[in-house]
Ligand binder design. Structure first.
Ligand code: SF4
Ligand code: SF4
Length: 429
């Protein structure tokens, strides 16, 4: 007997149908030149935004070494010779600017999550741009102690409620070629802000997407205060926008903020990948932080929840060498259409035990039982698929129709040259 659809299932189908039917109109209203003018709109009062606001406050340091059986390498496996050779063969390029058609496709599906947060995001982008535009012709005249200055930057980060900051050396190999000329100094400060917990456990959903976008607005404002601190001391400092101008995860791993998960995301010890990053490039002589082994690689090897739960098999289960780094490399062509159409997807973030429980709890359980906390449980691994409103428990995945997996006319490629002239697709930077 054919089962009657539930209300969540009907609702999901209606929304998906509307997105398709209204596609030409949504394509226009979600263009950066339209959304980009929303800064004057009033914001919702904080009460109505509480469901998706970021978590403020700095994380406690992780002082415990990982147990011996979880140790691999600090940061990530790197081969400097291969890294250099890959760079000389061709630099990294900006994915956003190089994929205008795919990015517009993404934006026009994000309208439900963008509308409530757009005005605040645009205002935060203006704060970021204003703080970053301050120029000084000369460095601060008094001698600067790098350790003291770094401590001051970190104290400011703590004061304003950023979750963590790390300091790494600027490396052109990890900057997108389109932004090489924007370099102002040899240091990169990575700023991290933890995203709303409850909303993230509802991934994939519009509410979780709002949490991610809201966190970007909040981190732009908070990180701008670090830029202001440095420019007030006579240094140059430029804050990147949410679309990024470099491989932010490289700098985050290099400065000990976390390690690269099998899901291709930065896994921080306190929140996994449930956080947003921005980078500040500066000529301030800051003391460098260092990569750390938190035991995350070995936890990933025993877990692989993200590999099993990805509905389009976009996460390889095995690491390989890519541009001199040993890692898993997400198959963007499979992932991005799903991210666009399924409310940001990010099931690979939702099912990550480090995201949900935090590294200390996962490590404790591993030491006690040899198991990964939550692995295979409904609590951790189930999700409601936004395209059909159905709950998928562990072991079950939605069937993805071919026109959703490969939307007609949407070509996704690794950008190999300057973006085309009409690539005005950067919304916030
Ligand atoms: S889900 Fe498991 S394998 Fe995937 S990133 Fe998280 S810990 Fe690693
Ligand atoms: S975002 Fe979704 S489609 Fe993309 S890798 Fe993660 S689980 Fe797979």
């Amino acid at each position: 007997m054919k089962r009657v659809a539930t209300w969540p299932q009907l609702r999901a189908r209606l929304i998906h149908g509307f997105d398709r039917a209204a596609s030409p109109l949504l394509e226009v209203v979600t263009r950066p030149e339209v959304f980009g003018r929303s800064a004057w709109l009033p914001s919702l009062p904080r009460f109505f935004r509480r469901h998706y606001l970021a978590v403020r406050g700095s994380w406690p340091p992780i002082e415990r070494e990982p147990p011996v059986q979880l140790r691999t390498v600090p940061g990530i496996w790197r081969d400097p010779v291969q890294e250099q050779a890959a760079f000389e063969q061709g630099p990294l390029h900006d994915f956003v600017g190089g994929n205008p058609v795919a990015i517009r496709f993404l934006y026009r599906h994000m309208w439900r999550s963008m509308i409530p947060v757009s005005a605040r995001l645009q205002r935060a982008a203006k704060v970021r741009a204003a703080a970053s535009s301050v120029k000084h012709s000369a460095l601060a005249s008094e001698p600067v102690d790098p350790e003291t200055l770094s401590a001051q930057v970190k104290a400011q980060a703590e004061r304003v409620g950023l979750s963590a900051v790390g300091i790494a050396a600027y490396d052109q190999k990890y900057e997108f070629a389109e932004f090489h000329d924007r370099k102002v100094g040899d240091r990169v400060i990575v700023c991290v802000l933890e995203q709303n917990y409850e909303s993230t456990q509802n991934l994939p959903s519009d509410r979780a997407e709002q949490a991610a976008l809201s966190a970007y607005g909040e981190i732009m404002e908070l990180a701008s205060t670090l830029v202001e601190l440095l420019t007030s001391r006579g240094f140059r400092a430029v804050l990147s926008g949410p679309e990024g101008q470099n491989a932010m995860i490289h700098y985050a791993v290099d400065s000990g903020l976390g390690q690269l998960g099998i899901n291709g995301q930065l896994l921080t010890p306190m929140a996994g990948s449930r956080c947003r990053l921005l980078t500040i490039n500066t000529n301030a002589p800051l003391a460098l932080d260092h990569p750390v082994d938190y035991g995350i690689h070995a936890i990933c090897d025993a877990c692989k929840a993200c590999v099993r739960r990805c509905p389009v098999n976009a996460i390889p289960g095995k690491r390989d060498w890519h541009r001199g780094v040993l890692k898993t490399k997400l198959v963007t062509k499979k992932c991005m259409p799903i991210v666009a159409q399924a409310s940001g997807c990010s099931i690979c973030m939702k099912v990550c035990p480090i995201q949900k429980y935090g590294l200390p709890a996962v490590t404790d359980e591993f030491e006690r039982s040899g198991r990964i906390l939550g692995r295979g449980t409904e609590e951790l691994e189930s999700f409601v698929w936004p395209l059909d409103g159905t709950l998928y428990p562990p072991g079950k995945l939605p069937v993805i129709p071919p026109d959703v997996a490969t939307p007609p006319g949407i070509v996704i490629h690794a950008p190999a040259g300057p973006p085309p002239e009409d690539a005005a697709v950067r919304m916030w930077s």
